[in-house]
Design a protein around this ligand. Structure first.
Ligand SMILES: [Zn+2]
Ligand SMILES: [Zn+2]
Length: 208
């Protein structure tokens, strides 16, 4: 696999929407489309993406999903979400979607509901699902080779908040310790802020 990985900072927070293409096979996916606009579309086109294989959601919060329906309409891609997170797509109390965005098109269902340990075939390899509850009950991280898409579970020298609906501090701490115990090192691409590595977090993250 020869991966090109780009980040598009989207939305008002902003959120990292990760765009991935394997140049050997032409396969591609996006992670957490928190907003859809011409910038995101142009970034995908520049990478040579015409059709996505997957749209991976690390969890169902609005700042990771507001662009989901439009991205899916333009570029396709199976929508992937943890099985316990599906209600976030339609329940604004869970997703924290603001009424001002009521008019945006909505994807009401995932195409693939995943659980811990599931794998999604991608190019010559596979994407592994790690259920890492705590920020929300169905938060997951996706591991492809030595790249971890961490959503709002693990940030550079910090972790996700646990005071929102279905958040749980004890679960979050056990989830990030599980990540810290993964073998070797990997790139950590979080839902917000700069990327980091597991080695750096093992050393400097006070929550690990
Ligand atoms: Zn979140
Ligand atoms: Zn977020």
């Amino acid at each position: 696999m020869k991966l090109i990985i780009q980040v598009c900072e989207v939305g008002f927070l902003p959120t990292n929407c990760w765009l991935v293409r394997d140049t050997a096979s032409g396969r591609s996916f996006a992670v957490d489309p928190g907003w859809y606009d011409e910038t995101l579309e142009a970034a995908l086109r520049r990478m040579g993406v015409e059709q996505l294989d997957y749209i991976l959601l690390t969890h169902g919060h609005h700042d990771h999903t507001l662009g989901l329906a439009q991205l899916n309409a333009r570029f396709g891609g199976k929508i992937v979400l943890h099985e316990s997170e599906q209600a976030f797509l339609t329940d604004d109390g869970l997703s924290l979607r603001h009424p001002a965005f009521a008019g945006l098109p909505r994807a009401e269902k995932a195409d693939v509901l995943v659980r811990d340990g599931d794998t999604l075939p991608f190019a010559q390899g596979e994407i592994r699902v790690l259920h890492t509850p705590g920020h929300t009950r169905g938060s997951v991280c996706y591991l492809l080779d030595d790249v971890l898409f961490a959503g709002d579970t693990l940030f550079r020298e910090s972790v996700g908040r646990t005071d929102l609906p279905t958040g749980n501090t004890a679960q979050l701490l056990s989830s990030v310790r599980r990540l810290a115990a993964l073998k070797g090192d990997c790139r950590v691409l979080p839902g917000h802020g700069p990327e980091t590595t597991l080695a750096h977090e093992r050393k400097y993250n006070p929550y690990l």
